[in-house]
Design a protein around this ligand. Structure first.
Ligand SMILES: Nc1ncnc2c1ncn2[C@@H]1O[C@H](COP(=O)(O)OP(=O)(O)OP(=O)(O)O)[C@@H](O)[C@H]1O
Length: 280
């Protein structure tokens, strides 16, 4: 009895049909489909260029070498063998521009981009902290809500849709006092500023400082109903506050805000997050 485990391909091989006495399995079908896609994409890439003629010539040489080998022409076979040794190198050199373009296109594929690029969270943090620094210094009132697991669609729809990158200059322009969008809240979902001028639910919690105005109460109100993370700059004092889980922390430094932001969006934190308390 053999103790050597069967190769995975043998385990996965499930016969679908037979061509004569040759069994065809799911793996073969997958293999054929992937090869077809690859060849088709390669063809699309070089279609209409001189590379087509080069590819045809190379295929011709390859076919000829196989014929020569099959019928046993020794001298020619040795010659083609020598060519075969440098075949891969020749393909790489001859098709360098096409290969570069294919890799470039592959890198632009959203699926691959997701795998190979870091999520730009740090960039968002930097942009937001930069905007908060400016708005706090210039005493510009602002209210920015960051969606986490609870969707904020209802609130997004109450405002003006933007769907733009999170950038410091855009945030400061939105909240600039003369801007038509400065009233209300900005909502960030994922990597985008989804909307501005959004109306958030106002908290009437008696535990809040009675001097707090509507901007801060709206920040708390949203976090009572959802697990959003909200930052506020006060127009009156320039202080920066963070609202989370129905609580407001006032007068935080930029470093503290950054730490809170990073903690709120770290994957570990998301997993152990308590659900937001129900709306009162
Ligand atoms: N429900 C709401 N949703 C979103 N934004 C709101 C809401 N209510 C008020 N605001 C925003 O808050 C602004 C009013 O701020 P108010 O002065 O009452 O608050 P505050 O908490 O004292 O803030 P600040 O310290 O900046 O003055 C409004 O101009 C508006 O932009």
């Amino acid at each position: 009895m053999s103790l050597v485990p069967a190769p995975p391909s043998a385990l996965l091989f499930l016969e679908v049909f037979r061509i004569g006495f040759v069994p065809v399995g799911w793996l073969d079908l997958l293999d054929i489909a992937l090869t077809a896609v690859l060849v088709y994409q390669g063809y699309r890439l070089i279609r209409g260029t001189i590379a087509v003629q080069v590819a045809v010539a190379l295929l011709g040489i390859y076919a000829l070498s196989e014929v020569v080998r099959a019928i046993g022409l020794t001298t020619l076979n040795t010659l083609f063998g020598a060519v075969g040794d440098v075949f891969v190198l020749a393909v790489l050199i001859l098709f360098a521009p096409e290969i570069r373009q294919a890799l470039f296109l592959l890198g632009r594929n959203p699926l691959v981009r997701r795998l190979v690029t870091q999520p730009p969270r740090q960039k968002i943090t930097d942009e937001v902290v930069g905007a908060l620094r400016e708005m706090s210094r210039d005493r510009v009132g602002s209210l920015i809500a960051f969606a986490r697991s609870s969707g904020l669609r209802n609130y997004v729809e109450s405002g003006t849709q933007i769907h733009a990158e999170v950038e410091r200059d855009l945030l400061t322009s939105i909240f600039f006092p003369n801007s038509p969008l400065h009233d209300g809240a900005v909502i960030v979902q994922g990597q985008k500023i989804e909307a501005a001028r959004c109306i958030l639910p106002v908290s009437d919690a008696r535990t809040l400082d009675p001097h707090l105005g509507l901007r801060h109460r709206a920040a708390v109100g949203l976090t009572e109903r959802t697990d959003a993370f909200v930052v506020v700059t006060s127009e009156e004092t320039g202080k920066i506050s963070v609202a989370e889980n129905g609580k407001l922390d006032v007068d935080l430094s930029l470093d503290e805000v950054e730490a809170r932001f990073n903690a709120a969006f770290s994957p570990a934190r998301r997993d152990d997050d308590e659900p937001a308390p129900p709306a009162p």
